[in-house]
Design a protein around this ligand. Structure first.
Ligand SMILES: *Cc1c(COP(=O)(O)O)cnc(C)c1O
Length: 390
């Protein structure tokens, strides 16, 4: 392809996106407040219970459990905090290794590091960006052994305690196989479902397959509480631990301050939960709007053979949280130019995250071969995906 062909291709892509989103600036992902947000927030202010004691927090937790089918939901101040207490409650300890994809948002790796455990990076599959189960199984067969019901890394002699499956942009990988591998290798399965509230695999909700799952309600997620997160679990004892750790490990008492371990101030404030209750009421609408956007982008881009839009993976119904454009290998070198062009035209677009094993704090962590992740990193562009861009 000549230089002018390249330039033409970039402009064709920009025009195709523009034909979907219309004129004007488009954010990558803005929130939409079209429901009971104002009413619930006013009620919350009128009650004066704006902090962590208040009825919206419990109500939000009940609604989340109801919606996802999880037995328990515990609301936290962020998705990162949810991951942190989920890992602690699962029994991940100082020095343990935790398998996580290198292709993730930094929060996953950070949370593991907060407890001085070590992220151990694994490969994802080209199609849906989920854990590559075949490669993972082969890798674990070769590099670990089981002793006293624990998975030991042959090279470091550390226990590999847990596996975090992250559902990228709302798409879920081969969850049945992930669950099988976790069982076979004695790994505690935790789902980082921060991006996938509302996504299902074989009609079961993201975040309910592992021992624990986490959600995020940051401003850019499918529903927002401003900032916030939640831990999902079916295990009552784990739910109790998560709740205890995220409320300063304070023992219930009418007036005494007794804390039986080092805890955290991670409980979601009432004012955020009020927003969450209103947002969750609209999630079906949000998902159907996102699906509509996905179909519109797909139609607009279908005549450009140099790229494709990331599709739902098998058995998964995605919430279509972020739309992902994939450049084919032969035009991957255009990624940054294309990002420049789109952003200069007011079409907010971003590359996928820098892979974790390339970041300074994690560059020496153990890892699999990450060829597929590296190829995806070089070719993936997120384009405007919020409800209301069409
Ligand atoms: C958003 C996100 C989180 C958590 O983010 P918070 O901003 O702490 O709520 C964790 N993991 C992934 C993959 C995310 O996208």
């Amino acid at each position: 392809m000549s230089v002018s062909d390249h330039s033409q291709l970039k402009h064709r892509i920009a025009e195709a996106i523009r034909s979907v989103i219309g004129p004007g600036d488009a954010q990558l992902h803005g929130p939409k407040f079209g429901g009971n947000e104002w009413i619930y927030l006013k009620e919350c202010l009128d009650s004066t219970y704006v902090s962590s004691v208040g009825s919206y927090v419990t109500k939000f937790e009940e609604c989340l459990a109801d919606y996802t089918g999880a037995q328990f939901a515990v609301a936290t101040v962020s998705g990162t905090a949810a991951l942190h207490v989920a890992l602690l409650s699962a029994g991940v300890k100082f020095g343990d290794e935790v398998l996580i994809p290198s292709l993730t948002f930094v929060a996953t790796a950070n949370a593991v590091s907060y407890i001085n455990a070590v992220p151990h990076f694994i490969e994802v599959e080209e199609g849906g960006f989920g854990v590559d189960c075949e490669l993972l199984e082969e890798y674990l067969e070769k590099n670990t052994f089981i002793q006293n019901d624990e998975c030991i890394n042959k090279h470091t002699n550390k226990v590999i305690r847990a596996l975090i499956a992250m559902h990228v942009f709302g798409r879920m990988g081969d969850v049945d196989r992930i669950v099988e591998i976790a069982e076979k290798f004695k790994l505690i399965l935790i789902e980082d479902a921060a991006e996938s509230l509302g996504s299902t695999y074989k009609n079961q909700h993201a975040g309910t397959f592992g021992k624990l799952g986490i959600l995020s309600f940051n401003g850019n997620k499918i529903i927002t509480t401003g900032g916030g997160g939640a831990v999902l679990t079916d295990d009552g004892e784990l739910a109790r631990k998560v709740r205890h750790l995220s409320t300063t490990a304070k023992l219930p008492h009418r007036w005494a301050y007794i804390h039986d371990q080092v805890g955290y101030n991670y409980r979601m404030p009432n004012i955020n939960a009020a927003l969450g209750c209103a947002q969750l009421e609209q999630i079906d609408f949000f998902i159907s709007e996102k699906k509509r956007l996905f179909v519109a982008y797909k139609n607009a881009l279908k005549n450009i053979p140099e790229l494709y839009l990331l599709e739902d993976s098998k058995d998964c119904k995605s919430n279509h949280w972020l739309q992902a454009l994939m450049l084919k290998e032969e035009v991957a070198h255009l990624r940054d130019d294309l990002l420049d062009l789109l952003n200069s035209q007011g079409i907010s677009s971003r590359p996928i995250w820098t892979l974790m094993h390339k970041l300074e704090p994690f560059k020496n962590c153990p890892r699999m071969d990450l060829k597929i992740s590296e190829s995806i990193e070089g070719r993936c562009i997120n384009i405007p995906s919020g409800v209301g861009v069409i």
